[in-house]
Design a protein around this ligand. Structure first.
Ligand code: SAM
Length: 210
């Protein structure tokens, strides 16, 4: 039987580690919305960027079941740390049990709470921020983290094509689509950054702070 293009791409990409496969299985069995998980190709891209940048400090907004956290953690510089924020406290113990088994266990700091409350309490300078929380809050996350990102550092934001709704006709009125579009416009018009909207999966905005 012929493969689909997605199957072909996955078949020609290095496989994920067993812990990541376990997270995928757990997510499908135990969560309401497994589509939120990054998955193999996006996870590999995050791991590759992280390995290229070798960041000392990463911030992730929206941990969910920890797939992207582990991918990003793999590229950390020696002694580096990833801070990841998840507001759903029911995920806390599961996340810790996955993170404990990672080779980067000591470098992963899980924060349970609302990112918009917690970010102002961080006194860190981040090399890389991954925004993957509530789509209604992307602009608020961007403003909250911007001054904490070093010059030359990166902000990446997932789902910025929002299932193609950003160009749908008629344009959807829902707050998530409207706010994703407002975020994309905000980044494009921000003279302090250069950006690329990468059409990978649901759209990944890659932003370099100048
Ligand atoms: C798309 S999922 C994250 C997926 C994860 N980054 C991954 O790649 O597997 C979004 C997560 O963000 C969390 N979230 C939404 N708004 C948040 C906020 N303001 N603060 C912290 N977490 C938030 C949700 O509870 C959900 O688990």
């Amino acid at each position: 039987m012929r493969m689909t293009l997605d199957q072909y791409i996955e078949a020609h990409t290095s496989p994920a580690e067993p812990l990541l496969d376990e997270i995928v299985r757990y997510t499908h069995l135990h969560t309401m919305n497994p589509r939120m998980l990054s998955g193999l190709i996006q996870g590999k891209l995050l791991a590759t960027f992280s390995a290229m940048l070798q960041p000392r400090r990463i911030l992730e907004i929206g941990t969910f079941t920890g797939y992207a956290t582990l991918c990003l953690a793999k590229g950390l510089a020696p002694g580096g740390e990833i801070h990841t924020i998840e507001r759903n406290d029911e995920l806390h113990d599961t996340l810790l049990s996955f993170f404990r088994r990672s080779p980067q266990a000591n470098q992963i700091k899980l924060h349970t709470g609302n990112a918009l409350d917690l970010i102002p309490t961080f006194h860190e300078t981040f090399d890389l921020v991954y925004i993957d929380g509530d789509k209604r809050e992307y602009a608020a996350y961007y403003h909250a983290v911007f001054d904490k990102v070093r010059s030359g550092g990166y902000i990446m934001a997932d789902n910025v094509l929002w299932d193609g709704k950003v160009t749908a006709e008629p344009l959807p009125n829902d707050v998530q689509t409207q706010n994703i579009m407002a975020f994309n416009d905000l980044v494009r018009d921000d003279e302090r950054v250069e950006n690329l909207l990468l059409p990978l999966r649901d759209g990944l905005m890659i932003i370099r702070k100048m």
